[in-house]
Every structure is written in C-alpha cells, then in structure tokens.
Design a protein around this ligand. Structure first.
Ligand SMILES: CC(C)(COP(=O)(O)OP(=O)(O)OC[C@H]1O[C@@H](n2cnc3c(N)ncnc32)[C@H](O)[C@@H]1OP(=O)(O)O)[C@@H](O)C(=O)NCCC(=O)NCCS
Length: 381
C-alpha cells in the first residue's frame, strides 16, 4: 500500500465512501441523501428525514404512515431498563445515563452477526423511537418526578417534550423542535458518527456501536458545545458587554463555543435556519437580548478573522442552546437532545457500512524512543 501523508486528527482525510450526506464547507451547503437541508427544513420533518436516512429514499405516503406507526409503536423501553433508570444516581449526567441505556438495549434484544439488514433496519427504527423515552425517563427521575409514559396521539417531537415536561407543547413549539431534530439528524463523518462506524466496522452490534457514538457526542468539542454556548451568552449578559468580553476572550485564547468548524469555512447552514427560529421565538417571548449578544459576538469574530485570514463562523451549536432555553428546556438536556436526533444518522451510517464492511485501522506517527535497553528495577535511578 502506498504511504499516505500525515493528517493530525484525520483532518481532510477521506476514510471511506458514503451516499448519506455531503457538506460543501466553502459554500456552506449540506445535503441529506442529495436533498438540500434548507428544503428539508422547510418542507419535511424529522420522521420523514429519518426514513430517508435509514431507507435511502423519500417515502411514499403509505410508507411514511407505516414508518410513523412503527416509531409510535416502539416508543416504550424494556421494563428492566425503566426500573434500572429509576435506580441511577440522580447526579449522573444524562449523557452517561443515555449511553449506558443504549448498551442495555442489547441485553434483551440480543444481536447476532448473522442478523439481516432488515433486522438491523428495524432495530434502527426502534432506536430512533426509544431514544426520546430513555432521555425523558432519566430526566424525570433525576428531577424527582414520576416518569411520563409516551402519548401515541402526539408526533415524535411533541411526544418527547410531553414526556420531558409532563405537558404537551404548543403546535408551534412542537414544529420548531421537530425542525431542530431534523437539522441535527445527520452530518457525515463527524466524531460521533465516525466513532459509531469504527466500532461497527469491527462487527460489534448496532447497540454497542450506537452506544459508543453516544459517548463521543458527549464531549464539549462536539455535542456539548451548545450547552457551553448558552452559558457563555448568559455570562456576557448584555450586548454592551460584548466588546470587553470578546477582547478578554481573545487575549486569553478562550475558544468561543458554538463557533468554528472542521469543515465549514463559512456560516453553518443549520445555524442560519436556527437563527431564524430563534429570532421568531425571541420576538414572541418579548426578549431578544441573548440573540443580540450572540449576533454582536459573531460580528466581532467575523471582523477579527477577516483581518487574520481565518474562517471561524457560528456552527449548529451557536444558536440552538438559546432556542432550546426559550422552549423551556434545561441546558443539561441539550446534548441528549442532539443524540435523540443524531441516532438516525448514526444508524444510517452503520447500516451503510455493513453493506461493504471494512475495518478502520489508521497508523500513527510514532514519536517515542526505540530499542531502549531494559534496566533491571534494582538498577533504576
Ligand atoms: C470545532 C472545532 C473543534 C474545530 O477545530 P479545528 O478544525 O481543529 O480548528 P482548531 O481548533 O485547530 O482551530 C484553528 C484556529 O482557529 C481558532 N479557533 C477555532 N475555533 C475557535 C473558536 N470557537 N473560538 C476561537 N478561536 C477558534 C483556533 O484557536 C486556532 O487558532 P490558531 O491557528 O491561532 O491556533 C473548533 O472550532 C472548536 O473548538 N470550536 C468550539 C467548540 C464547538 O463549537 N464545537 C462544535 C462543533 S459543531
């Protein structure tokens, strides 16, 4: 095999082929199975986008109805997991709880290497259906509240908020939240999807692979950034404080959470859509303060990077935290919500990988010593 060049963090390396999603980082474009994200956000919904990702094409009316019914039917989680969740320490982070529960799903429905693609597609649909329940049940438990069972009269997005908050959201909030899920459903070879693929490529089962992907999403440089972006916007407080805060942040080389991206060298198209939703909801709530802070901060960064020839723009996490907060969601659930959406993309990638599996095994540039002489412990300094 020809030697390939060294790319730290695999930046720019093409590690595999995929038909699921493509990003044009320069133009700021994102496509799911060839469909532009703007069009999907406008005309489609999370349920249909999940079908698209799992089955590779848009559903017919009947296929969509059946898919929706499958999702609704599979919302409940195994009883032993529900009981275990109730025993989790309340101080557990919801992402730790979620990752654990995803692995536990493989304890009852025990996968085998011989399972067909159809079996794993059905499992994927179950995972998409059950992620909201896992997150909501643990949320209720950690808050010392009774769990709220899924409501089959509500759509996927509305039912999640219902199980989380104990009351159904308005149609408007449900629709916005659904769009948020759709925007987060897939994003090519990001860290968590790549993790899921790496684990799946060893032929570990779907639950193990998705559980690993869930773990990778937890980090603040990935799914955890929206929680941090909200904390930042709040700590800045008002638009008048932005200049000072920004100068101090740059002087101390503090990274601005929700900005920057490995692939996008312009504003993330999802951030543009989320900003529109945030503007809408902020105006309705009569409080645009936090949006103004975020806008001014993004302007300051744009000025700075223009002068330095860098490209650091708002990414998907920049506006979503503030938006979720206006929807009444506690920030600790932001990353789990990301997972509720991204499980569709993870599953799609794992299913795709298994149609022509190849183990991932990169090399490392060794920088350590070699051929050292072993010194007996008695003779060591
Ligand atoms: C996403 C991220 C990890 C991409 O990182 P990357 O492609 O490896 O880029 P780097 O971290 O190497 O940054 C390149 C340069 O831009 C700067 N930079 C990147 N993101 C920045 C940010 N959010 N705030 C300030 N500076 C940033 C770095 O300091 C670095 O500057 P330098 O060349 O002077 O050292 C990075 O932008 C980041 O940490 N962002 C904040 C976390 C976040 O929002 N994550 C969600 C991603 S969807």
């Amino acid at each position: 095999m020809a030697e390939v060049s060294y790319a730290r963090g695999l930046a720019g390396v093409i590690a595999d082929e995929s038909k699921i999603c493509v990003i044009d980082g320069v133009k700021g474009e994102l496509y799911y199975m060839g469909y532009p994200i703007q069009e999907l956000a406008e005309k489609s919904n999370f349920t249909e986008a999940s079908y698209l990702l799992i089955y590779g094409k848009l559903p017919s009316k009947t296929q969509l109805e059946n898919f929706r019914a499958e999702l609704t039917k599979n919302r409940e989680i195994p009883k032993f997991i529900e009981e275990t969740i109730k025993k989790f320490p309340k101080k557990t982070h919801p992402m730790t709880a979620l990752q654990t529960c995803v692995a536990m799903l493989g304890m009852e429905d025990i996968p085998s290497e011989k399972d067909s693609r159809e079996t794993n597609q059905k499992r994927s649909v179950k995972l998409i259906a059950q992620f909201p329940t896992l997150v909501a049940y643990f949320a209720r438990h950690r808050e010392g509240k009774d769990i709220v069972k899924p409501n089959s009269d509500l759509c996927h997005a509305a039912n999640f908020l219902y199980m989380l908050n104990g009351e159904a959201p308005t149609d408007e909030i449900a629709k916005m939240f659904d769009t948020c899920l759709l925007l987060h459903a897939e994003h090519t070879f990001n860290a968590s999807t790549f993790t899921g693929r790496v684990v799946a490529a060893t032929l570990a089962d779907l639950y193990t692979s998705v559980s690993a992907a869930t773990g990778a999403l937890f980090g603040p440089l990935h799914g955890g950034a929206n929680e941090k972006a909200l904390e930042m916007a709040k700590s800045i407080g008002s638009v008048d404080n932005v200049d000072k805060w920004f100068d101090e942040a740059m002087a101390s080389k503090t990274k601005i959470m929700g900005m920057g991206h490995r692939v996008y060298k312009t504003i993330d198209p999802r951030a543009k859509i989320l900003k529109g939703l945030l503007l809408d909801l902020s105006k309705k709530a009569g409080n645009t303060n936090q949006l103004e802070v975020l806008d001014k901060l993004a302007e300051k960064m744009a000025e700075k990077v223009k002068a330095e020839g860098k490209e650091i723009w708002p990414n998907v996490d920049y506006f979503s935290g503030t938006l979720y907060e206006l929807m009444g969601i506690d920030s600790i659930y932001f990353t789990p919500i990301f997972a509720v959406a991204r499980v569709a993309g993870w599953s799609a990638h794992i299913l795709e990988l298994w149609t022509d599996n190849k183990l991932y095994r990169p090399k490392c540039l060794y920088t350590g010593d070699i051929d050292l002489k072993y010194v007996d412990i008695a003779d060591r300094a």
